[in-house]
Write a protein that binds this ligand. Structure first.
Ligand code: APR
Length: 248
């Protein structure tokens, strides 16, 4: 089938009756000026994940870790959701069976008004007490923090960003919510390099359960050969074209 025919057949599957799950990664926020991790100019080109995004790094040098996270918060606070976020937000309101599972911690899906978002890797806009004086994280959008590391308001210990670091488990609630979302008719994998597990295994599990799987990415990934349809392109353009087709 031609790209055009593939595109139209995908659009025919996006109905109010369908269970539609969208898995997203950093590529969805690229058009908002938020650097990806592994793409050109990606964060991991300049920084070593093991030096910034692990519990060990935080224990060893919380100052440097927080300087990096505070820099990212400032950058994202200055960014805005792009067309990809907008289309997915519209779908979350239009399709009763819609679910979005994101690896992104930037909060741009939520800022676009997307309903039913599972934050698989947590959020940059939540903090937690590193001494666990409080059982769970809480929202904090202070930009920039006046003091780094920011102190816990209850016990004075360092706060930590409520994101999932390498070597840490996915929060049980997020895992359970993502698990439920894998029982779907259509599963779109948008803007992820599909190399970080367990997130990278979700699409194939959805396919194993019978979902029609579609990858949207300008570059090939390890998932490209395993999905039903790979659409090479940018999320903000392909989702916009899909939305035009759905509206026509
Ligand atoms: N539209 C769609 N995809 C895009 C776009 C775009 N406009 N621009 C770039 N991409 C693709 C790249 O080709 C790449 O495959 O987005 C992907 C981004 O991959 P990564 O930078 O590896 O980001 P991601 O897959 O989200 O990383 C997974 O790794 O570092 C950890 O916890 C972090 O959640 C993150 C996880």
């Amino acid at each position: 089938m031609s790209f055009e025919e593939d595109f139209r057949s995908l659009a025919r599957r996006l109905t109010r009756e369908a269970r539609i799950t969208v898995l997203t990664g950093a590529g969805v926020s690229a058009a908002s000026g938020v650097p990806t991790f592994r793409g050109p100019g990606g964060l991991w080109k300049d920084f070593r994940p093991e030096e910034l995004a692990t519990p060990e790094a935080f224990a060893k040098d919380p100052q440097t870790v927080w300087e990096w996270y505070d820099w990212r918060r400032q950058k994202i606070a200055g960014a805005a959701p792009n067309r990809a976020h907008e289309v997915l937000a519209a779908w979350s309101r239009r399709f009763p069976g819609f679910a979005l599972v994101t690896q992104n911690v930037d909060g741009l899906h939520e800022r676009a008004g997307t309903a039913n978002v599972t934050r698989f890797h947590g959020s940059l806009w939540e903090v937690a007490c590193s001494a666990k004086c409080r059982p769970s994280s809480w929202p904090d959008d202070t930009v920039p923090f006046p003091r780094l590391p920011p102190p816990c308001p209850s016990c004075g210990a360092n706060l930590r960003p409520a994101v999932v670091w390498f070597g840490e488990a996915i929060p049980a609630a997020a895992l359970a919510s993502a698990e439920r979302a894998l029982d779907c008719d259509v599963c779109l994998i948008v803007g992820t390099s599909s190399v970080v597990y367990p997130a990278a295994g979700l699409a194939l599990e959805a396919r194993r359960r019978g979902a029609f799987t579609v990858e949207i990415n300008p570059e090939a990934t390890p998932a490209s050969g395993a999905v039903d349809l790979a659409l090479p392109g940018r999320a903000e353009e392909i989702l916009d074209d899909l939305e035009d087709l759905l509206a026509s």
